[in-house]
Unconditional design. Structure first.
Lengths: 260, 103
């Protein structure tokens, strides 16, 4: 869960990403320093009221976008999450948000969150506090869903502190990643992965590949020996089962020689 | 020509309602439930105004709601709240662009 929200935070302009239930409880949160849990919890109550009101006349709503002078608030309907009820993905962004990137990234994140909720057996809430039963006391770190390969998803304190302010963006609109440089063969494989993935998820493909490479090779350059793990990560980004098969088939076949 | 007329003239805008931030209904175009639409739009807009203030995002300009079949766009003009219903929903982007050009 935290990884999914963290992925959204990688987008230039995104200052907070959170999951809110229909009662206005903040279920998961990632945000820059100024958008701390207390502020987001306060705002999530207001956003739950907005959603309630919208649903009076637009029960099948999928997304809500509020445009402000200095930024945007984007809401995406996640539907009913087991043991949590109806949930909404909320993005708070400033005016530098690239709308095209954001649209794709939010759709992908929402689908992953839905799958996360469906596949997991739900969350275990932290001990209740009088005012915010889903949150830890104000002094605790932000909350986030977490999961491990062997255990069902659980709900607990996020291991990290609020994020620092954004660093300057690259010309492509994405933050410099600063990952170790792989060897030429591995780099070529990553490039193929990004190219093939782009056929299915669009311009966010390179970001997904960079993130997945860092996850499967933490702290060291990506190597082709980790390609199976990388493909397993990347294929989860593709919604269409046929697309998944096509992606895997393309990546597992030898690269086509370049004709001159 | 009023802003309600301008909204109603846009392609694929099937109805339009003018209200205010308190939810009071002022005027409608082809919307049988104009009062209810104005009330919801007023409440949504005023709540998002508060949220935007808390988040430091400045003044609220517009709200878009999309679904599989239809979409709604809500514009704020001072204390007035203008709501347009768009069918099919895929025309939302075009309507938003037209409204931005007219702004």
């Amino acid at each position: 869960m935290e990884t999914i929200l963290q992925g959204l935070m990688e987008l230039v302009g995104v200052n907070a990403a959170m999951v809110v239930d229909d009662q206005g409880h903040l279920l998961a949160h990632r945000g820059r320093a100024v958008y701390d849990v207390q502020l987001c919890e306060h705002v999530s109550g207001m956003l739950a009221r907005v959603v309630d009101s919208i649903q009076l006349q637009h029960e099948d709503w999928e997304s809500i976008s509020a445009r402000f002078a200095d930024g945007k608030v984007l809401l995406r309907n996640l539907g009913v999450v087991p043991q949590s009820g109806p949930c909404v993905l909320v993005i708070v962004a400033d005016a530098t948000l690239n709308a095209s990137f954001a649209t794709v990234a939010i759709r992908v994140a929402a689908n992953k969150l839905k799958r996360f909720g469906e596949s997991g057996s739900g969350r275990t809430p932290v001990p209740s506090t009088p005012n915010a039963p889903w949150l830890s006391p104000p002094s605790a770190p932000p909350m986030a869903w977490s999961s491990s390969p062997t255990a069902p998803p659980t709900f607990g304190p996020a291991p990290s502190t609020p994020l620092p302010l954004p660093i300057p963006s690259s010309p492509s609109g994405l933050r410099p990643l600063g990952a170790p440089t792989p060897d030429p063969a591995s780099l070529a494989f990553l490039t193929r992965c990004a190219k093939e993935l782009a056929r299915h998820v669009g311009p966010m493909a390179k970001v997904f590949v960079d993130e997945a490479a860092r996850r499967v090779s933490p702290g060291q350059p990506f190597a082709v020996s980790s390609s199976e793990a990388l493909l397993a990560e990347l294929v989860s980004q593709i919604e269409d089962p046929k697309g998944r098969l096509a992606f895997l088939a393309a990546l597992k076949s030898p690269p086509q020689p370049t004709r001159r | 020509m009023s802003e309600l007329d301008l909204m109603a003239m846009l392609p694929d805008v099937t109805s339009a309602v003018m209200g205010d931030l308190s939810g009071t209904h002022h005027e409608s175009y082809q919307e049988p439930e104009g009062e209810a639409v104005a009330a919801v739009a007023g409440l949504v807009a005023s709540t998002l105004l508060q949220a935007g203030e808390q988040l430091g995002l400045g003044a609220l300009k517009s709200i878009s709601v999309s679904g599989p079949a239809r979409a709604r766009v809500i514009l704020l003009r001072s204390h007035l709240v203008l709501t347009g219903t768009i069918e099919p929903a895929r025309s939302l982007g075009e309507v938003e662009k037209a409204l931005e050009r007219a702004d």
